[in-house]
Design a binder for this molecule. Structure first.
Ligand SMILES: [Zn+2]
Length: 172
């Protein structure tokens, strides 16, 4: 099954689960719960600043926009290209991977980075990843996320509750 990213690199979706045969986003009700939750969450985090820039910079305007997302919805780690290598270093070399799949991942990475943790010079996280060509598929365009957002907007509250995709909860 082909894995795809939507909007940001990082979270991977089974193409067949979220797109129909003609390549359109499926109705949210037809998308499995975990994928649906991540898709809706993505509509809120796309365009947000990189966590590491934000921790290192007083000035929000100087932060890079995130283009990579790791971790769990509502406890995700958002990263720019420059800071992805710091995250990957921490994740792979310093035991960060033990928090994979938990909401603690974000907190632990932030602590490490805020304490001055950085990948050493010469650590090329991305090159390392690129050796596994299946690991990082390129994101699809922003149009898919707009389609998700439209669907959420068109739902009434009961429908959102039923699907557990209330944006008020997600937009923290
Ligand atoms: Zn950054």
């Amino acid at each position: 099954m082909t894995k795809v990213n939507v909007g940001l690199r990082g979270w991977r979706f089974d193409e067949d689960e979220i797109f129909d045969e003609s390549g359109e986003i499926r109705p949210l009700a037809d998308i499995p719960e975990d994928a649906r939750y991540r898709l809706v969450r993505l509509t809120a985090v796309v365009g947000e600043p990189c966590d590491a820039c934000w921790l290192a910079e007083e000035d929000l305007a100087a932060c890079n926009q995130a283009d990579i997302v790791y971790g769990e919805p509502l406890a995700e780690v958002l990263l720019c290209r420059d800071h992805e290598r710091d995250f990957l270093y921490w994740f792979r070399e310093l035991g960060g991977s033990e928090f994979a799949g938990t909401v603690t991942l974000q907190e632990r990475f932030h602590e490490w980075f805020d304490d001055g943790g950085r990948a050493p010079d010469g650590y090329e996280g991305l090159e390392h990843v690129d050796r596994d060509p299946g690991a990082i598929p390129m994101p699809t365009g922003a149009g898919e996320l707009e389609a998700v957002e439209c669907q959420v907007e068109e739902m009434d509250e009961a429908e959102r509750d039923a699907l557990d995709v209330d944006l008020d909860d997600l937009d923290v």
